[in-house]
Design a protein around this ligand. Structure first.
Ligand code: BTN
Length: 263
């Protein structure tokens, strides 16, 4: 099928850099994150990619279902950064920057990062990122990008509206090229994050952020925090300035979500 995602169609688009990328492409899978984690536990090297045309049990954060029809880009990458667990949240931001940058390079779509793990266009969710642990020092970074997907086919979630790149960009996109481009944007930022100079991504995150300086409601477990996003932190956390003037840092870990103040 033209435009399908196979190891052969993706291969020419893989960047040549420090990581040696290896593609495992499937037509249908439960979840690419699950297969990538199994491969990682079995010893697969950093740079192992699992991609599927469609997922039957794609999932998002907080146990949510991730609808994964044909035409989207659903993939997971095995990484072995050996970071302390509290710094894993920053990698979600690095992945979100890579996705947002890619979208902005290939189209005129104003893709922005919505903390903690999404890429939005306006008030529509374009992509979601799910970083999961796969044992000592190892993470699986799962990326779901609604590419050539009809918006009316995407479920309307309680918390957000969904959109797709083809709807926003008014044309279809080559998913193999997009995958390669995301990796190209990701790799240098990933190595910078692993190195001691890791704060360098914060400025770029601020530029691309949908929430910086905005009034938001953050839900953390049973707690609801209302305030303005005062700063973005190296570890992927945000600092809110609350109504009473106090500052509260929230990490992108566990049961946490953010809603923008309605228009
Ligand atoms: C979210 O919005 O909460 C994150 C969604 C992440 C979806 C991607 S699609 C590829 C990978 N496999 C999954 O099951 N989930 C991620």
């Amino acid at each position: 099928m033209p435009g399908s995602l196979t190891a052969d169609s993706i291969g020419p688009h893989l960047p040549v850099g420090r990581i040696e990328w290896t593609v495992h492409a499937y037509y249908v899978l439960g979840s690419t994150n699950d297969v990538a984690r199994r491969l990682a536990v079995g010893g697969a090297p950093e740079g192992t990619i699992v991609v599927a045309e469609t997922q039957t049990s794609g999932r998002g954060r907080r146990g949510r279902e991730w609808y994964s029809p044909e035409g989207g880009l659903w993939f997971s990458v095995v990484l072995r950064p050996h970071l302390p667990p509290e710094r894993a949240g920053g990698l979600t931001i690095i992945a979100a920057i890579a996705v947002a940058r890619t979208v902005r390079e290939v189209s005129d779509v104003d893709a922005r990062i919505k903390w903690p793990n999404d890429v939005y266009v306006g008030r529509g969710k374009l992509a979601g990122i799910l970083v999961e642990s796969a044992g000592e020092g190892t993470l699986v970074v799962g990326i779901g990008l609604n590419v050539n997907v009809t918006v009316s086919d995407l479920p309307r979630d309680a918390g957000h509206e969904a959109t797709s790149l083809s709807a926003e960009g008014r044309r279809t996109f080559d998913r193999a090229a997009l995958l390669g481009r995301i990796l190209l944007e990701f790799e240098p930022r990933y190595f910078a994050y692993r190195s001691p100079e890791y704060p360098q991504h914060v400025e770029e995150w601020r530029e691309l952020s949908l929430v910086y300086g905005e009034e938001v409601v953050v839900t953390r477990g049973d707690e609801e925090l209302r305030g303005t996003v005062f700063s973005l932190e190296e570890d992927g956390g945000i600092v809110l300035r609350l109504g009473d003037g106090r500052h509260e840092k929230v990490l992108p870990l566990g049961d946490v979500s953010l809603a923008l103040r309605p228009f």
